[in-house]
Design a protein. Structure first.
Length: 337
């Protein structure tokens, strides 16, 4: 008895009509036929080939970032004061992208990223110690030659811990969506922000004359020396904290931050954003999409990159007149269509 091919087309009526000339952009047709379809070029903000987009130091170019002079002044105030920059605003206003723009313009290397969720803890961001792995390795070595494994191999600095490693030039740390974390997490950060240091107890218990321990870092294939278990920055990192405003932070935490509220871009700024990402030619046939986007945004949350998605499809020859397609691209972020 032969086993049927689950990918083979089934007999019976076609559920999808044959594509018309206006549907030539379809990659998936829903008719069960197997094809090797060449993929078109991805939008600029969805390309991941670092070889084509990397700078001389191997850091990818960020997406074009547009920011007004008032906002630039606030960013510079945080840089001069060595204080965390708390960035608030609606989704899609460029909160996270700001960290990458600062790192790119100031040549501060790869952005260290800590995406916060309800289970995130300060310990996660500082370092992780693989005690079980070290114990297993020690047992194997005792059976073999009696040597002890290097403890540094089992300690990895998290993004915040890596940002506090002493360097001549600071790193940029993005703490993304801090308002999604535990209610006590902002207060847990206060001591680290004020002191610019933390201790790794597993290394602090080593003998006083022990040589610095090379530990792994959040950067791939890189290590950092830690003496007596203490990590203390030479220059406070550029810390960008984003929040969607889902809840307020404690006054003690807010006092230690410089606050920047990014407004939703108006029509003029939206046109500038479209031109920066897709070229000036993309503005030739965008008036109706801009009008539709602004009307829908007035009724509920929409992000700027949803407009970019719509313009990119239009520029590629896709007819967005179908109501279901437009709803799929310009859907409300708060639920509903």
């Amino acid at each position: 008895m032969t086993t049927p091919d689950p990918l083979a087309p089934t007999e019976g009526p076609r559920l999808s009509p044959p594509p018309s000339e206006g549907d030539a952009w379809w990659l998936f047709r829903g008719d069960g036929e197997r094809r090797e379809v060449p993929f078109p070029a991805a939008p600029p903000w969805r390309r991941f080939d670092r070889k084509e987009t990397a700078t001389g130091d191997g850091v990818p170019f960020p997406r074009p970032y547009l920011i007004g002079p008032d906002e630039v002044q606030v960013v510079n105030a945080a840089l001069h004061l060595r204080r965390p920059l708390l960035v608030t605003g609606q989704p899609g206003t460029g909160k996270s992208s700001l960290a990458h723009a600062v790192a790119h313009e100031m040549t501060l290397g790869r952005v260290l990223q800590w995406p916060v969720n309800s289970r995130s803890t300060l310990q996660d961001a500082l370092y992780h110690y693989d005690a079980v792995g070290r114990l297993r390795e020690a047992s194997l070595r005792r059976d073999a030659d009696g040597s002890e494994p290097d403890i540094g191999q089992y300690i990895r600095l998290g993004p915040l811990g890596n940002a506090l490693v002493p360097r001549e030039r600071p790193r940029v740390l993005l703490i993304d969506e801090l308002d999604k974390g535990d209610v006590d997490l902002p207060n847990d950060l206060l001591t680290v922000f004020e002191e610019g240091e933390f201790t790794i107890p597993e290394l602090a218990r080593l003998p006083a004359d022990h040589a610095p321990v090379q530990v792994r870092t959040d950067d791939p294939d890189e290590t950092a020396p830690v003496t007596r278990g203490r990590v203390r920055c030479a220059e406070f990192p550029v810390v960008v904290i984003t929040s969607n405003g889902e809840r307020e932070f404690p006054p003690a935490f807010l006092r230690r931050c410089v606050r920047l509220d990014l407004p939703e871009p108006d029509e003029r700024r939206l046109r500038e954003i479209v031109a920066a990402h897709l070229g000036p030619d993309a503005l030739d046939d965008v008036d109706d999409l801009l009008r539709e986007f602004l009307e829908r945004r007035a009724e509920g949350e929409l992000a700027t990159d949803q407009l970019l998605n719509a313009v990119f499809l239009r520029k590629g020859g896709v007819n967005l007149d179908a109501a279901s397609l437009l709803r799929g691209v310009l859907h409300r972020l708060g639920g509903g269509m």
